[in-house]
Design a protein around this ligand. Structure first.
Ligand code: ARG
Length: 461
């Protein structure tokens, strides 16, 4: 960052340069330089349109294109000198362009303002970020599907209130997350539709006096349309808020999964192991293997919620049109992008390394009377009203608990004390495998259904 004083951009109107602290306070180049590719892409599209419309000469466009190629190379190789004096990414690139190609560089800003320029850059940046996130989500969901398929018939206790409720399969449990992350992907796709609209042409706020062609710029940049109102184009950041809301929901799902992974990894539970590379040890306790990655992901969820709140609050009291407040949109947005991107990358890898301890899951099932509902259903099918069946099974559970066994540890004679309807076919209903297989309908946990759901999901993914 150079500190030497350039001729500042708006010198014409001002009688003294801005104070150093103010310069630092108002500058955004430290964080908005990450949009440099989008800034150059948008400037080139703008310049080409200006040339097509006869607003600048073909020779100017050629100079601009040549200069931007040099700048691209300079930034990519780390030789570009970013200057705080030039406030933001836009002015840094424009000034360098002018130094390289002269007057053509000064003509680039014709019919444009930094207000529509920055709004365009952010939208381009966000579309790119969403595309990356979609690829990562797909990989992650693919890993969940692999796991679901592998463990399609592995029984585990399903919980309500964190109490053993009924048997489910581990594959079914994984598919629940597959669904959640699928809705997240839909939300990002939906948000992208509204993000991919072009602000350029709005200029500072009111539009511009040049005969511009906004549609062609939109097409060149891969936008699906233009922002229809110039005031709205430069001022609203609702697309960024929507994006952060989608990120917040995604992280909420990640956090729920993380919570389960942490619990399942606890030696008290022991349902899974995750690969060592996602764990860390303790500096004092030699025996420890801690699930740091899911814990940190759970923690980072709060940070993404915070970014959403920052943007909502940033926007809420701004009168039309552009206000400098909007410069504060970038850090929360970038942080949300980074957090979600890193988290998904690491989770896609981690999901592939989950090892299931079927023995511990089976032991937990035995302790929880997980097939009690199956016994009630059995009695209903023999003609007992459900409420009466519920009560009879409640007594059976109490007896099993006193005897220190699961329901299928009671003998037929013992079971028949609770209902004469119980016959020697009862034990089939009381096994975990029987309980799972009986839930054989769309969305149910029967291994056959889990495999069918995986097959359907593979077709979509
Ligand atoms: N750095 C500014 C931002 O991020 C660019 C737009 C500045 N426009 C202005 N009139 N100050 O929003």
């Amino acid at each position: 960052m150079t500190a030497n004083s350039h001729q500042y951009t708006w010198a014409g109107r001002f009688s003294e340069p801005v104070a150093d602290l103010v310069k630092r306070y108002t500058a955004s180049v430290d964080f908005d330089q990450r949009m440099w590719r989008q800034d150059i892409r948008a400037s080139l599209a703008h310049a080409r349109m200006l040339a097509r419309q006869g607003i600048i000469a073909a020779a100017d466009l050629a100079d601009i294109e040549r200069g931007m190629a040099v700048i691209t190379e300079e930034i990519e190789t780390g030789r570009f000198e970013w200057s705080l004096d030039l406030e933001d990414v836009h002015l840094n690139i424009e000034k360098r362009l002018t130094a390289l190609v002269g007057d053509a560089g000064k003509r680039l800003h014709t019919g444009r303002s930094r207000n529509d320029q920055v709004a365009t850059d952010i939208r381009l940046y966000l579309c790119d970020a969403i595309d990356d996130i979609q690829v990562l989500l797909k990989t992650f969901r693919g890993a969940l599907l692999d796991l679901a398929e592998k463990e399609a018939a592995t029984p585990m206790p399903g919980f309500t209130h964190l109490q053993v409720a009924q048997p489910v399969t581990f594959g079914h449990h994984m598919l629940a997350y597959f669904e959640m992350f699928g809705r997240d992907a839909e939300r990002f796709a939906d948000c992208r539709k509204r993000t991919a609209r072009l602000p350029l042409g709005a200029a500072a706020l009111a539009g511009t006096t040049y005969p511009i062609d906004r549609e062609s710029v939109a097409r060149e940049l891969g936008f699906t349309g233009v922002c229809e109102n110039s005031l709205d184009a430069v001022s609203d950041r609702d697309f960024a808020i929507e994006f952060c809301a989608a990120c917040a929901l995604l992280m909420m799902h990640i956090s729920r999964l993380s919570e389960e992974l942490v619990m399942w990894m606890s030696p008290r539970v022991g349902f899974i192991q995750i690969a060592d590379r996602f764990c860390t040890g303790s500096s004092i306790m030699p025996q420890k293997k801690n699930p740091d990655v899911p814990e940190l992901a759970r923690g980072k969820t709060g940070r993404v919620y915070g970014q959403l709140l920052s943007l909502l609050t940033l926007m809420k009291a701004q009168p039309l049109a552009y206000n400098k407040d909007n410069q504060e949109d970038k850090e929360p947005l970038f942080d949300a992008v980074d957090t979600v991107t890193d988290t998904l990358r690491i989770f896609a890898d981690m999901a592939g390394g989950i090892r299931v301890r079927a023995d511990n899951m089976a032991a937990a099932l035995r302790q929880g009377f997980a097939t009690a509902t199956d016994l009630a259903d059995y009695l209903v099918k023999k003609g007992l009203p459900f409420r009466d069946a519920h009560e009879a099974v409640g007594h059976a559970v109490k007896a099993a608990e006193m005897k220190g066994v699961d329901l299928d540890g009671l003998t037929l004679d013992e079971l028949r004390q609770f209902s004469p309807l119980i016959g020697d076919d009862v034990h089939a209903a009381l096994t975990v495998a029987g309980s799972l297989a009986a839930r054989n309908h769309l969305g149910g946990t029967a291994p056959e259904q889990v495999r069918a759901a995986v097959a359907r999901a593979r077709k979509h993914l």
